[in-house]
Design a protein around this ligand. Structure first.
Ligand code: SHN
Ligand code: NAI
Length: 216
């Protein structure tokens, strides 16, 4: 069985090359947009949505078939044409240049695969079946989306804010980690779900930190 190591990649400012401009390429591009990469699609044709993204200058488009050499300077590559031979050539060029490559037609040829993702603000849960059942990955995503609702977005923004505050103070590592752990034990999610949550003022944050620090 192939083994894939999960990582979350910061693609900001990097060049990403997508070969092919169909439905599958469109899904890959949409998943990449938040990452602020420079996305170039190389394909004679685009779906209407990709065309729209090109018009809005959110992606670059090279309107022709793939040619050897097109991947120069790319950080990540997606081979998403409907032609097995083309995808295989893309994989070969990428592998020779040590560029991470995804082949949408074959998990076996892919150096990395695209997971199904649940997104709730700062929270993302990625699901992979190692290519065994992409539809099952999507099904599991739907289950998790019901379990992890929109309240997680607020919850993680709150944790992030508190984490920044706690880290900015001169506290011992032991106190800091206790405070951070305590934050997750406060049932905040329930408060958000039931409408009892409000954003803490600087004063409330300061009070909470001193109160909890004293109790340790
Ligand atoms: C290996 C991988 C490579 C990669 O693309 O990275 C791959 C490969 C292939 N997919 C195929 C088919 C389908 N893929 C989907 C959907 C998704 N496929 C995605 C990922 C992956 N697909 C990677 C493995 C992920 C894992 O680990 O499980 C998702 C999760 C993410 C995304 O694409 O963004 C996204 C769901 C997003 C969501 O909804 O959350 C659907 C359903 C649909 O289209 O609605 C079908 C039709 C039903 C079916 O066939 O099961 C085929 C056969 C093509 C043919 O007919 O020849 C191959 C080729 C092969 O199997 O080798
Ligand atoms: N990984 C995944 O999630 C899935 C993968 N697939 C596989 O992906 C393939 C593509 O699927 P779709 O996007 O639905 O097909 P599609 O037919 O909508 O798109 C194919 C795209 O490739 C472009 N293309 C063809 N030859 C090219 C070349 N030489 N250079 C550059 N671009 C070229 C076409 O212009 C078109 O834009 C399918 O044939 C299937 O094997 C299918 C479903 C899901």
């Amino acid at each position: 069985m192939e083994h894939y190591t999960p990582i979350y990649v910061n693609t900001s400012g990097k060049s990403i090359c997508v070969i092919g401009g169909g439905r599958v390429a469109e899904r890959k591009v949409k998943g990449l947009l938040l990452g602020e990469a420079r996305i170039t699609v190389i394909s004679p044709q685009l779906t209407p949505e990709l065309e729209q993204l090109h018009q809005e200058s959110r992606i670059e488009w090279i309107a022709r078939s793939y040619r050897n050499g097109d991947l120069r300077g790319a950080f990540l590559v997606y081979a998403a044409t409907d032609d097995l031979l083309v995808n295989t050539s893309v994989v070969q060029e990428a592998e020779a240049a040590s560029i991470l490559v995804n082949d949408a037609m074959s998990s076996g040829n892919s150096r990395f695969i695209t997971p199904s993702v649940v997104r709730r603000g700062r929270l993302s849960i990625a699901i992979s079946t190692a290519g065994a059942g992409p539809a099952a990955a999507a099904e599991i995503r739907a289950v998790l989306e019901r379990q992890f609702g929109d309240e997680y977005e607020t919850y993680l923004d709150f944790l992030h804010q508190m984490r920044m505050e706690i880290k900015s103070r001169e506290l011992s590592p032991a106190v800091r980690s206790k405070l951070l752990r305590r934050l997750t034990e406060m049932n905040m999610l329930e408060k958000i779900r039931t409408g009892q949550f409000h954003w803490w003022t600087a004063e409330e944050i300061g009070d909470w930190i001193s109160r909890n620090q004293e109790e340790m």
